[in-house]
Design a protein around this ligand. Structure first.
Ligand code: PLP
Length: 475
């Protein structure tokens, strides 16, 4: 299996060669040359596999340049009940992604039982083990530089901690994350993890990462890498749980399901789109946004209008607060019939700060065939949904999952089970839970008192040179 760029101007590469990088050299995103098709016989064989065995089966289709025995070992040590041990009371950690039935035909797929209690662990834990393996094979090291507003940074740090050939330098905006998120990151004691709190906003941290990455000499000398949401391996790892969720919510492969996905950068739902292209019987992919509704607007109108950074709203589902959706280009590549010239032209407009409009094109006419519907949710919707789910089912959901549920309930079809992806546990967003329910969220036992642990973080001005000096000194 080889990977091509959505913009058509980069050589095709194998998995391990794109694993450690980000964008393709032509500025596009990597996608498989073709999507592997899963026929009925294979789907039947996969039903009933454990999570790790299913992950191996799915990933083997996309990763053909790692020997099977090695890939199997990597997957087996990634998807264990020990790593995903934070299952809710009464649910089995051995399932890795347990399915909770709220009522007949309405389910939650719990993706947030990993080390940082958000779904990003599902892919990031695999990425950590793949990085370690490939770097070892090549006798190389990497220094990951990233910026986070919360979930991504902690997931990356917990995936890379203790790895002897990886260092992580993670920038966060000083004082802007929740106390729980700060404690998760800053209390890590691993020698290869460096937290840097920047005096500024998330965008200032992001700008520093871009400035450092644009300094080709510095980047090469200090082997700077990234683990951002456009990394293909993260998307690939996320395909697995769509299969798992499908098998859990159905009894036969003749049935269809719908998935509702709380969305920001379009990484999670992009994996669902690919699962559907592979032949998984998905009736609908329900895309849910919060007040930052750039994607809902596209699926309703055909107009993709990335927002100015200053237009991005700060909401109570902060991991979906985006101005443009970095993985969206992958879907548009498929929507325009995989014509890289069309994608390159559309993103020439996006990169110039403009929007594009597909209304009236054959591409827009083909959209219904892709199964997408969308909706948006507001702070008031979130509070109402958290309350309703708590009162009706006795289940507490986080703010992002509430957005997914709100839109899912609008898009349900008779006879089609709806699976809502649970993307974080409520304890990460305690303030809004207290606002909705007047009580504290549940907290998994090993997070008791985490806010009181000693913290290790370097605070500095929002200055790329200061960050470069800090990195250089430690590499
Ligand atoms: C990252 C994140 C999302 C959005 O996922 P995308 O892949 O960016 O669409 C939703 N919910 C939570 C809790 C997240 O951390």
């Amino acid at each position: 299996m080889r990977y091509i760029s959505t913009r058509g101007n980069a050589p095709a590469e194998f998995f391990c060669d794109i694993l450690l990088g980000g964008l393709a050299p032509d500025g596009g995103l990597y996608l498989p040359e073709t999507y592997p098709r899963i026929d009925a016989a294979e789907l039947s064989r996969w039903r009933g596999l454990s999570y790790a065995d299913l992950a191996f089966a799915v990933l083997s289709k996309f990763i053909t340049d790692i020997p099977a025995a090695d890939l199997k070992a990597i997957v087996d040590r990634t998807y264990t009940a020990q790593v995903y041990r934070h299952a809710r009371p009464g649910r089995s950690a051995a399932d890795i992604t347990p399915l909770t039935t709220l009522e007949p035909g309405l389910h939650l797929l719990e993706l947030s039982n990993g080390p940082t209690l958000a779904f990003k662990d599902m892919a990031m834990q695999l990425l950590g083990n793949l990085f370690e393996y490939v770097l070892d094979k090549r006798g190389e090291t990497i220094n990951i530089l990233g910026a986070t507003s919360g979930d991504t940074g902690s997931a990356a740090e917990y995936a890379m901690r203790g790895k002897h050939n990886v260092k992580v330098f993670m920038l966060s905006p000083e004082g802007k994350m929740s106390a729980f998120q700060r404690a998760q990151m800053y209390s890590l004691e691993d020698a290869n993890i460096y937290n840097i709190a920047v005096r500024g906003m998330f965008d200032d941290a992001q700008d520093i990462v871009k400035a450092v990455s644009n300094d080709a000499a510095f980047k090469a000398k200090y082997k700077i890498g990234a683990v951002n949401s456009i990394n293909w391996a993260r998307v690939a790892a996320q395909i697995v749980y769509y299969f798992k969720g499908y098998f859990e919510a159905t009894t036969s492969n003749d049935q269809q399901v719908a998935f509702s996905v709380p969305s920001g950068n379009f990484g999670n739902i992009c994996a669902g789109h690919i699962a559907r292209q592979m032949g998984l019987p998905i009736a609908r992919l329900v895309l849910a946004t919060n007040e930052n509704d750039v994607l809902d607007e596209f699926f309703k109108s055909g107009v993709y209008r990335p927002r100015k950074t200053a237009e991005t709203r700060v909401t109570s589902s902060p991991s979906m607060d985006i101005s443009k959706a970095s993985n969206f280009e992958r879907f548009v590549f498929d929507l325009v019939g995989r014509d890289p010239a069309v994608v390159a032209e559309l993103w020439r407009q996006v990169d110039a700060g403009d929007s594009f409009d597909l209304r009236g094109t054959p591409y827009w006419a083909s959209l219904p065939g892709f199964g997408f519907v969308s909706g948006r949710s507001t702070h008031a919707d979130r509070l109402a949904t958290i309350r309703r789910v708590w009162e009706t089912y006795g289940t507490m959901v986080d703010t992002h999952t509430a957005d997914g549920l709100k839109v899912a309930l609008e898009q349900r079809q008779a006879g089609v089970p709806m699976v809502v992806l649970e993307t974080a546990q409520p304890v990460k967003f305690a303030e809004t839970i207290r606002e909705a329910l007047g009580r504290d969220p549940l907290r998994p036992a090993d997070f008791e008192g985490i806010e009181n642990l000693p913290q290790r973080v370097a605070v500095m001005a929002a200055d790329a040179d200061a960050v470069k000096a800090f990195v250089a000194e430690r590499c």
